[in-house]
Design a binder for this molecule. Structure first.
Ligand code: NAP
Length: 321
């Protein structure tokens, strides 16, 4: 049995692992079979993580966090959790390969997943022109025309990145003002390859076996237009990844895991949550890292107050009277 199992390997999960490992809690980090490292694995340059004045590539930052956690004794497994049983003193985490890990505490840091437009053709053409990751797929669109959907920082980041490859990047937004930061907006507006299409919603994605265009509806006058593009990058935000804990952990109205005040304590003793899965607002790598710290410290305090016999079962040590 483990003292701490951390589910998730983004900035929250790895920072929790660094703190838990340095506290000699020998945490197990469940890093997922395909999405290990979290969303930063799909980004390019991160310019706002303190300590890197010249910026750092997202994947490199995550590798550094992982190495730092491993240096202090965290163990990483690359598999997906299929079930969690969080009630009681001993939590059970079932893996894709059938392995069951038992733990006294669980830090739930599963992050968030990309939103979809909800169009049938979006799923059908996913991987055939429809993408959620410009860094993964941008190079397939050299000298092509592509559309990026959304008006937040993600959309502008994707659009700016895609100008390295595509001839024209249409930024399609459903309103006439963006919620992206001023710095990102300034950069995108200064880029001659980015063309802004305001007040437009995507009603169709066209193409038999590959994307050939999108159908847009004007949100002001209802007029319909078609845009010839071979790539559609959906960047309309993300939702907390909570499917594993439905019916066990309380959620907020925003769909994030509910925690007590500024702590990471959930409604179940011994279960802590951190990162984007608890954060409907800020969703930054650095705030997720801070939240991972809180979770590790909360887990440490919880373990310190635990029945010594239980703790001895997890550490394999003898109980002293
Ligand atoms: P976001 O800020 O929630 O923006 C989502 C955008 O997609 C909004 O403009 C929204 O339109 C639009 N949208 C949502 N659902 C839609 C739909 N069904 N159809 C069409 N458009 C839709 O999400 P985000 O851009 O992923 O950013 C999330 C957080 O991560 C933010 O806090 C952001 O600052 C942060 N972030 C930071 C960086 C960075 O600092 N480098 C990079 C990426 C993300 P409305 O505006 O009309 O609601």
């Amino acid at each position: 049995m483990r003292q701490v199992v951390i589910i998730g390997s983004g900035p929250a999960g790895y920072t929790a692992a660094i703190y838990a490992a340095r506290a000699n809690l020998e945490p197990l980090v469940i890093a997922s079979s395909v999405a290990f490292g979290g969303e930063l694995m799909k980004t390019t340059e991160v310019e706002n993580f303190p300590g890197f004045p010249d910026g750092i590539m997202g994947p490199e930052l995550m590798m550094k966090m992982q190495a730092q956690a491993e240096r202090f004794g965290a163990e990483i497994v690359y598999d997906d959790v299929t079930k969690v049983e969080l009630d009681g003193d001993v939590k059970r985490i079932t893996m894709g390969d059938g392995t069951v890990h038992e733990a006294l505490t669980v830090i739930y840091a599963t992050g968030s997943e990309y939103r979809k437009l909800g169009l049938d053709d979006e799923t059908r053409l996913s991987g055939y022109g429809v993408s959620w990751c410009a860094t993964c797929d941008g190079a397939f669109f050299k000298q092509k025309k592509v559309a990026v959907i959304g008006g937040g920082d993600s959309a502008l980041e994707e659009a700016t990145f895609l100008t390295r490859f595509a001839d024209v990047v249409y930024l399609v937004h459903r309103r006439d003002e963006m919620r992206a930061s001023a710095a990102m907006q300034d950069r995108a507006r200064a880029d001659a390859k980015i063309e802004f299409l305001w007040n437009k919603e995507v009603a169709h994605i066209y193409g038999d076996d590959k994307v050939t265009g999108i159908g847009l509806v004007d949100t002001v006058d209802g007029s319909e237009t078609t845009l010839d593009v071979t790539g559609v990058f959906v960047a309309i935000g993300s939702d907390p990844r909570t499917h594993l804990i439905h019916g066990q952990l309380d959620l907020t109205e925003a769909g994030t895991v509910a925690v007590e005040g500024r702590s990471s304590r959930t409604n179940i003793a011994g279960v802590f949550a951190a990162g984007d899965v608890v954060d409907p607002t800020y969703k930054q790598a650095v705030t997720a890292a801070g939240s991972g710290t809180v979770a590790a410290l909360d887990a440490e305090h919880y373990l310190a107050d635990l029945d010594p016999a239980l703790l001895a079962r997890a550490t394999g040590s003898a109980v002293t009277a």
